[in-house]
Design a binder for this molecule. Structure first.
Ligand SMILES: C[S@@+](CC[C@H](N)C(=O)[O-])C[C@H]1O[C@@H](n2cnc3c(N)ncnc32)[C@H](O)[C@@H]1O
Length: 498
């Protein structure tokens, strides 16, 4: 086993020499065979790339996969990087010779923070990077999350290499796996195989990917390639035609099997054949061990945010329907699940605001003190963001604008405010100098009227006990109002059309 050159302080973990011509020739062949064996460049999408504008290939080697994607889809910008200068020079030369203009290649180290801005790609591809080992993968996944747009896809392909009909080949593999185990780059408990493939689902879940899909492929044995390739891909869309799996929440293995029994609330039960433990759909979630179905709990929280109902009102209303819990339980659910609901709704609003924002603050009483609820909506009344602050100053205004940028993902062209002193500089320094700042009392009427909804809901509560719970409540309230507003608009449009 040779160690590759060092491009950074941390030793590179690749077990071949990435600058060698032989390794490049091997990767060129491997790329061709794997793409054929898997049934195309993106077999899980049937080659369809609707909505995708930028793709990244991590550890792209001689660039075969990236070049083919770029060639097939001239409208998509494809970027590849690798630690090897030789591979990158070869891939760039090939792009020039083939006149493929929408692809670029860079030398970069996947073990270090990646030199790309946040939310830069719609699809991030990482194939055969198992060698990075358990200490690097979590960091790389965090970087993937950072550079992938919300709703984008992270695609992982790995294989176990053990299948061969040659005993000497098997021996070599055995030695290789043991060596990897000894240097801490294997996931296998006993070092007999790599065991990377069962980890992929857990990696994706670990960074919060939602709709996971899995595609397994048994390769043609004549080609003597991997026995099992595993593609993990995650995005916000559901993938109805693909097999959906439930990773083991204890050991992250994908080797799980659904049991015929269900929990007393009707949730599916699974058994993991790797660690022999059973778990159900709610294990390792915030809803684990709740004695009530998830939808009932969320409905209680949603109604609490939406309507002027006291904790006791809600307990009483659900008792009428056969669900028995106390007002303290409602309080507990509100604290635990309102932030969850708000976060879910917030991520859905990325890119959902127009170019004209209206910003204003309103007052909320917390423990006898007035606090400031910063709110921004767009020209059509869609929520941009809201943030509760103890102070009304430059720092709070900047924090608010930074948060809006994080939520929406782009700066507006115009911002209208009531003209408070802190706004001009806060807008300039956080949203950019090009943003037009308008200050007009009448123009800002839109957002001032919009505060009424919040005030109406909060008056009967006669203020909040502490700042943290007030901040959570106001945030969840704003998100929930936006959700209902859009639904009611759609409903009204349907009624008018009917
Ligand atoms: C097994 S090859 C996979 C190549 C390509 N992804 C494919 O599927 O054909 C691993 C590649 O990762 C590159 N590599 C090794 N260490 C790296 C690192 N720290 N950062 C980026 N690339 C690295 C190697 O040069 C090599 O091209």
């Amino acid at each position: 086993m040779t160690t590759a050159h060092n491009s950074s302080e941390e030793e590179n973990r690749y077990f071949n020499d990435p600058e060698s011509g032989a390794e490049m020739a091997r990767l060129i062949d491997q790329d061709r065979l794997i793409t054929r064996g898997m049934g195309g460049l993106l077999p899980e999408r049937d080659g369809k790339l609707a909505g995708i504008r930028r793709i990244l290939d991590i550890g792209c080697g001689p660039g075969g996969w990236a070049l083919e994607i770029a060639f097939a889809s001239p409208d998509i910008e494809v970027v590849g990087f690798d630690i090897s200068r030789t591979m990158i020079d070869y891939a760039s030369a090939l792009a020039r010779v083939r006149k493929i203009k929408n692809v670029s290649f860079h030398v970069m180290d996947a073990q270090q923070p990646l030199n790309f801005p946040d939310d830069a790609f719609d699809l991030v591809n990482a194939r055969f990077l198992a060698f990075l080992g358990p200490s690097v993968w979590p960091k790389l996944m965090q970087e993937c999350k950072r550079i992938t747009k919300a709703g984008g896809t992270i695609r992982l392909t790995e294989s176990e290499w053990a299948m061969t009909n040659s005993s000497s080949h098997e021996q070599v593999y055995g030695m290789f796996y043991r060596a990897m185990k000894q240097v801490g780059q294997s996931y296998s408990p006993d070092g007999r195989i790599y065991d990377i493939t069962p980890m992929l689902g857990g990696f994706l879940r670990g960074i919060g990917c939602r709709a996971l899909g899995h595609k397994g492929k048994r390769q043609n044995s004549e080609e003597n390639l991997a026995e099992r390739s595993s593609v993990g891909y995650a995005d916000e869309k559901s993938l109805p035609d693909e097999e959906c799996f439930m990773n083991c929440p204890h050991c992250a293995s994908m080797a799980t099997r659904e049991q015929s029994k269900r929990t007393c609330l009707g949730y599916r039960i699974f058994r993991c054949s790797a660690c022999q433990r059973t778990f159900n759909e709610r294990t390792a979630t915030l809803f684990n061990f709740l004695e009530y179905p998830t939808d009932i709990v969320l409905l209680v929280v949603l109604w609490r945010l939406r309507y002027k109902l006291s904790l006791r009102d809600l307990a009483e209303m659900f008792l009428e329907r056969g669900w028995e819990f106390t007002h303290e339980t409602v309080r507990d659910w509100e604290v635990r699940f309102a932030p969850l609901l708000a976060d879910q709704l917030r991520t859905k609003r990325r890119g959902q605001a127009s170019q004209s924002w209206y910003v204003d603050e309103t007052y909320v009483k917390v423990h006898g003190q007035w606090c400031y609820l910063y709110r921004a909506i767009d020209r059509d009344g869609n929520l941009v963001d809201s943030m509760l602050s103890e102070k009304r100053n430059m720092d709070a205004a900047k924090r608010f604008f930074r948060q809006t940028l994080e939520t929406i993902g782009h700066a507006p062209e115009r911002v209208t405010t009531d003209g408070h002193d802190s706004y001009p500089r806060a807008i300039r320094e956080t949203l950019g100098r090009d943003v037009l700042h308008r200050t007009n009392l009448y123009l800002n009427n839109l957002v001032e009227q919009d505060h009424r909804g919040i005030k109406q809901r909060y008056y009967p509560m006669r203020g909040f006990g502490n700042f943290a719970s007030a901040a959570h409540f106001c945030r969840a309230l704003a998100q929930q109002r936006d959700l209902f507003r859009q639904r009611l608009d759609t409903f009204k449009a349907l009624v008018l059309r009917a």
